[in-house]
Ligand binder design. Structure first.
Ligand SMILES: Nc1ncnc2c1ncn2[C@@H]1O[C@H](COP(=O)(O)OP(=O)(O)OP(=O)(O)O)[C@@H](O)[C@H]1O
Ligand SMILES: [Mg+2]
Length: 354
């Protein structure tokens, strides 16, 4: 995937931007609040997904304007495509001259992976964030996964609805059996696919992390099953005794986690800020490698503010060792860019490229 041309009007603080020549590595440099992240956000919208900052469509319009327009020309599988997005109250999109029913139909046509400061949560925060990462990454590759997940979550909700009453009414065990069978069969499918996906990430993750840390650190990743060594059907049965007091289902993929270990030690509990950032970034890079392996093409990489908190060696790896992936990196400190061996630097000032 390669962007050849990007332009926008009245998008956030970018009144009128047109860039018609990009390199493989593109650094967008400038002081705070000049519009660097806004530019990445504008490119990201062509994935068909809403803003990675969680903003509403109407918040993307330049203050006081009623309409924003974005255009892109990009090459995918050797073919040049164009797309337009118009934002009024909501987004609408055109792809190769055809108006799309919804902008989400751009998904799969233009692919991007974004890394923003929020993604630190992948390592720092609770397990829900890591499960969501897995579910979104897997769902993009295998749409069937999403329906298995929905069936699974429905059965968990049904079990939760009756587990509390089981204390007073032993006959409910028949109903519990039915829901637990459903949870166990879908739950096994989900956990198996997740483990397989982690294995696929594992083909790339240690190497990427080794590169980022200049060979000083080893990253290991493990899927942690809330059922432990037990099979899920048996674990659900065992858990009835405690679940009937909490009203929750305490085992199953909705309680599983991924553990990252750096040199054998938990990154979440003991990792430094820079290490956590490196793990999250390596995860995104490995995700791009898996997409390339399955689809035969890398997504475009949007890296917002990755340089801060990384030492010069790690910065050097990002600037000079991500090969074959068109990347857009924002940074404030011009000294970050001195290490750039090849690529293009864009200076952003007050919403304009200088
Ligand atoms: N809808 C909007 N209309 C006009 N300006 C906006 C709108 N939304 C945000 N802005 C302005 O855009 C400016 C630049 O935002 P952006 O997040 O892109 O900065 P940045 O260059 O990434 O800065 P930093 O280095 O601090 O991350 C902000 O000052 C903000 O006030
Ligand atoms: Mg920014």
């Amino acid at each position: 995937m390669k962007i050849n041309c990007f332009s926008c009007r009245n998008f956030r603080n970018l009144q009128n931007i047109e860039i018609s020549s990009f390199d493989e590595m593109n650094v967008i440099c400038g002081e705070n609040a000049q519009g660097k992240t806004n530019l990445l956000e504008g490119i990201w919208l062509f994935t068909g997904i809403k803003s990675f900052r969680g903003a509403k469509d109407s918040a993307l319009l330049k203050f006081g304007c009623e309409k924003a327009e974005l255009n892109i020309l990009f090459t995918a599988e050797g073919i040049e495509n164009d797309a337009q997005i118009e934002i009024k109250e909501h987004r609408s999109a055109v792809f190769n001259g055809n108006k799309l029913k919804t902008p989400s139909q751009l998904a799969g046509k233009f692919n991007a992976t974004v890394f923003s400061p929020n993604d630190l949560g992948l390592v720092r925060d609770g397990p829900a964030v890591r499960r969501r990462f897995l579910d979104i990454a897997i769902g993009q590759l295998y749409p069937n996964y999403i329906s298995a997940l929905k069936n699974y979550m429905r059965a968990v909700t049904q079990r939760n609805q009756i587990i509390k009453d089981y204390r007073y009414d032993g006959t409910l065990s028949v109903m519990l059996d039915i829901f637990e069978d459903e949870i166990a069969s879908n739950g096994k499918k989900i956990a198996d696919i997740r483990k397989k996906y982690i294995d696929r990430l594992g083909e790339f993750l240690p190497k990427v992390y080794e590169g980022l840390s200049s060979g000083k650190e080893i990253l290991e990743t493990e899927y942690i099953s809330s059922a432990g060594e037990e099979n899920l059907r048996q674990a659900l049965l065992t858990a009835r005794k405690t679940d009937m007091y909490t009203g929750n289902t305490s085992v199953g993929p909705h309680r599983d986690d991924i553990e990252f270990k750096i040199n054998g030690i938990s990154a979440r509990s003991f990792g430094s800020q820079g290490q956590k950032r490196s793990v999250a970034l390596a995860l995104k890079l490995a995700e791009a490698e898996v997409i390339n392996k399955v689809n035969g093409e890398y997504p475009v990489f949007l890296l917002d503010d990755v340089m801060s908190e990384l030492d010069p060696e790690r910065q050097n790896y990002i600037l000079n060792h991500i090969k074959g992936i068109q990347s857009f990196i924002t940074c404030c400190d011009p000294s970050n860019v001195e290490r750039l061996k090849s690529g293009k630097i864009f200076e952003m000032k007050k919403g304009r490229i200088m």
